[in-house]
Ligand binder design. Structure first.
Ligand code: ADP
Length: 483
């Protein structure tokens, strides 16, 4: 990690600064390996300054004392400003993350919309009122109050959009915030923060600390004055956050890993299922927590489905995301590239057949061919473990109960999908899979009101909708004696 001139990517109490240590590191374009610019390597002292800033802003009610129509207007203004800068933000997102530019445009638009959705909640957050005991001697009601200082820890796989998905409800709830982007994708978060400042969010309400997760993220989790952590990332890091948060019983929202099963019945519509299955795994090069990475297809449809899936996957245009024709970009880094290739090798070693892909694409950048592994043994690592790459592991089944048992034989429970033309089977499977989101004859659509999160080791709590907003609030019961 270099020191020297530094990089002013820390926002603390309204001032952009270098890391206290002067340390910084480059942000790398995964399609070329080139540096896109320097990012400040914050440490525990920077985190402490940011937490003090957020705490002061919260205690002085710098955000909440703004009348609620004005607060809502600021969130709507953030959405407008994101849209006005959408082209530039989309290109920047591609250069940091590698995703195809069409997808980047959609994620920037989605990020803007998050501020409209949650801005619309401001002024509509109410407690309840009710009777206390028998008679009319008391009056009782509840207040919804912001949880306080919230640390938002964001991953690299949808950096701009996922930052918006956390920041918009946190601000709508009235929290003050420390935003920590992933080390691989910090630069577009800086642009988002500048937009938020320009829209009139007061100094100290939003603070940004860039740097390594093991340093900055860990310091946020350890800090006694952080009230809440909203985290999206790996299950391993989620476990670390649980341990670190025990110190002051931080509220935790954890959106973690997944190994989402896809069950296809004999009666499925292949023309509908095959492209949706490929999109469900290859989108963002398989780097999505909800990727449909395990395919269980009934024996009567297996060969035809696999032929269709392999055909579509093999024809995906893989390349630099800035090229409009690209349908799948690189994986995020050399580390991720090596990890995915090791998994592919392990799948083959454990007996899976390569139906398509399996190799590196091109001489530079971190490109991997869309890979379909057929006849994967049910207990192979590629079937059990989250790969976070463009790799689908498929196997046939005879008995639906067996497929459902396999689908649930996972420590994860984030999402799942079922493809069938039978209405009743679709709903039976949707109920039987233990996961937070189930898609029927599709994969991936969600909306801001559909709570998203996991069963089991896929996390705690839900993002989105009223539940997502509630995760940034405490409830206070007030009981008054009337006479
Ligand atoms: P991935 O393995 O997909 O990169 P991580 O869980 O490591 O997922 O990263 C998600 C986010 O968590 C990133 O912002 C990263 O910097 C951060 N992070 C990594 N390690 C820690 C940690 N020990 N404590 C808090 N945050 C961390």
């Amino acid at each position: 990690m270099a020191t020297g001139a530094g990089a002013e990517t820390l926002l603390i109490d309204g001032i952009w600064r270098n890391a206290h240590s002067g340390g910084h590191f480059p942000s790398i374009d995964p399609a070329t390996g080139d540096s896109l610019g320097e990012v400040a390597a914050g440490d525990a002292s920077d985190v402490d300054a940011a937490v003090r800033s957020a705490r002061a802003a919260f205690d002085e009610r710098r955000w909440l004392s703004i009348p609620y129509p004005q607060r809502a207007k600021i969130l709507f203004d953030i959405a407008d400003r994101i849209e006005a800068a959408a082209d530039e933000l989309a290109v920047a997102e591609v250069r940091e993350n590698g995703m195809p530019v069409a997808m980047a445009r959609a994620t920037i638009a989605n990020g803007a919309q998050a501020f409209r959705y949650f801005g619309g909640w401001i002024g509509k957050i109410h407690g309840q009122t009710g009777e206390i005991g028998a008679g009319d001697a008391f009056h009782g009601f509840t207040l919804k109050e912001p949880v306080g200082v919230a640390a938002l820890i964001v991953p690299w796989n949808g950096p701009f959009m996922l930052a918006c998905h956390k920041l918009a409800p946190a601000l709508a709830a009235g929290c003050t915030v420390i935003l920590k982007p992933a080390e691989d994708t910090s630069l577009n978060t800086i642009r988002l923060a500048r937009i938020v400042e320009a829209a009139g969010v007061p100094a100290g309400v939003l603070n940004v600390i860039t740097g390594l997760g093991s340093v900055v993220g860990q310091a946020l989790a350890d800090h006694p004055d952080v009230d809440k952590i909203s985290f999206t990332g790996s299950t391993a890091t989620g476990r670390r956050l649980i341990e670190a948060s025990a110190g002051n019983f931080k509220r935790l929202s954890l959106e973690l890993g997944g190994k989402s099963p896809v069950i296809v019945l004999d009666d499925a519509d292949i023309d509908m299922a095959a492209p949706a299955i490929v999109g469900g795994i290859m989108s963002n090069s398989g780097q999505a927590c909800h990727s449909g990475s395990r395919l269980y297809a009934q024996r009567g449809i297996y060969d035809r489905l696999m032929a269709a899936v392999a055909d579509i996957a093999s024809k995906l245009v893989v390349g630099n995301g800035l090229d409009e024709a690209t349908q799948m970009g690189p994986v995020i880094s050399q580390v991720q590239f090596d990890r995915v290739m090791t998994y592919i090798d392990s799948g083959v070693a454990e007996g899976a057949e390569v139906a398509t892909g399996g190799r590196r694409r091109g001489g530079s950048g971190f490109f991997i061919e869309p890979t379909i592994l057929s006849h994967a043994p049910a207990d192979a690592r590629v079937v059990r473990e989250e790969i976070f790459g463009p790799v689908l592991s498929a196997m046939p089944f005879d008995d639906l109960d067996w497929a459902i048992r396999q689908a649930n034989a996972s420590r994860y429970g984030l999402a799942g999908a079922v493809y069938t033309t039978s209405l009743s089977k679709a709903h039976q499977v949707a109920r039987a899979i233990r996961a937070g989101t189930i898609w029927i004859n599709t994969h991936r659509p969600t909306d801001f009101w559909t709570p998203f999160g996991g069963y089991k080791e896929s996390g705690w709590g839900r993002e989105g909708g009223a539940e997502g907003l509630d995760a940034f609030m405490e409830t206070k019961s007030v009981i008054a004696r009337l006479h």
